[in-house]
Write a protein that binds this ligand. Sequence first.
Ligand code: AGP
Length: 610
Amino acid sequence: MCGIIGYIGKNNAAPILIEGLKRLEYRGYDSAGISVIDKNGNVKTIKKIGKIENLEKSINGQMVIGGLCGIAHTRWATHGIVNELNAHPHFDCQKNIFLVHNGIIENYSDLKEKLIKEGHKFISQTDTEVVAHLIEKFFEGNLENAVAKALKNIKGAYGLAVISKKDPNKIVIAKKSSPLLVGLGENEFIIASDASAILAYTKQIIHLNDGEIAVIGNDKINFTNLDQEIISKKSEIFNEDFNNADKGKYQHFMLKEIFEQPKTLRNSVIGRLIKKEGWAKLGGLEIIENKLREIDRLIIVGCGSAYLAGLVGEYMLEEYVGLPTEVEFASEFRYRKPIFGENTALLCISQSGETADTLAAVEEAKRKGILTLGIVNSVGSSIARKTDAGVYNHVGPEIGVASTKAFTSQLEILVLLTLFLGRQRQMSLVMGQRIIKELERLPIWVEKILRQAPKIKKLAKKYYKSKDFFFLGRKYNYPIAMEGALKLKEISYIHAEGYGAGEMKHGPIAMIDKNFITFGIAPIDSVYEKMLSNLEEIKARNGKILVIATEGDKKIQKITKDVISIPKTLEMLTPILSVVPLQLFAYYCAVFNKHDVDKPRNLAKSVTVE
Ligand code: AGP
């Protein structure tokens, strides 16, 4: 998604803006740009397609002597092709107003038509440029007044940072649905769409909420609503540790994050396992503990891997809590007419806490008075602040676009939620303690699996040129089959479908031949025999098969020699183990296919537009 950086203070803005853009690179982008106002009120704007280095090279000192106030942007194209004209910052006819935007202006074509009739000349294909001309229309010398008036005409989502040549000593920012925050430095302010770009300068931050405007300049910051009524806001200290956001000895962030999982699985449960009570202590849920006793239906929403984690949670919550649970794509849920009971609750799962569809699903549920919970990794993110209560993953920033450590942490937090709710209801002390005992062993089991990385790399070398894959699983591992397929698709660009293995005979098995590869997930569990039969049916049709199996399983060897073993554990916990080899398999296939593993084509780390 697009990244926003702004700076106003005692130092040259350009180098700080470029450094900030680099910290947002992991979110995915296709072009970048910067505008700086110098002391004489001249605005210098440079925009480049491709990597931020292209922008940095073209600046080469032109703007170091520049001003102390500027804005910058990384663009992930929504409206308009990838070119310099469509890159941000955008400006008005008089080149007085310069702005960067994250989000979508839904009524931009009506606004553009009206503005063209009023004589405005547009040079880009973007929705964003409309905002610059709208502000120009209302500009009478005071920037914030013009911005406030313009925003009243806009429908859609925005995180905006605006500067003006004619009102030069300030930056005006505004937010609706797209994240925006301000870092408070020593006589300087840093604005960003993501805290990671601010923390090198300060940990004292203020989040903007929807419908708020901030005017920053002359060593002060004032907040108003869209009617320009003053509002007061408190700063907070951001405690997340971002300085581990470097690759260390690994070639890619994704590989580092896969190998971090023994540690992150421990971090996600630190202080949360109460062995003597067979219970999970979830501080973020304690304020609604009694309400949670009453819920009689849970709707889980998420996107991508977060949605698939929710599907695993559905099996756990129904089997161990007896709670009717359904899982929905957030992008579907927000447009349905869901029927809520008074004791229905919504649980949203999101690593970034900024996914537009998931955020909209939460807003829809809150509009209907439904209790909303979150499982979120990014502290202080929009979803974390919007939900009534929630649980943080505490796995640190996940930089690779493909979710790995956040995904296994989401599964683990769902186990904690199962313990929390289960022990409020039908789950026995013994069962709770059994689950905790197995949870505590997971990091060791994952370390054991990771030691098979060389073997998994060999399998990837054998299959990375294949064009088609089925990933098959049943029950708890059906969602993991889909997650394995998603990982392979999103970083290796290989066609892959995840299926419930029982579905193969209802059509998909027609696809099987010697070129169609099947990756089966067949641990020794309640559906093991069924999985074996499904794999036999594929073998009988010359399908090539790889399998994830339980250590010591001899039967599986009769089906294929390409076996990756995982240790035996509770069936509900096998997904946390079975997904790890699939992460590595997808990673190595991507490397052999020479793809940009951490920033796959067309993808962004946080999809903040719908
Ligand atoms: C997963 O590997 C993908 N990067 C993507 O599907 C991701 O899970 C999805 O966009 C949801 O993101 P979130 O968890 O930040 O809401």
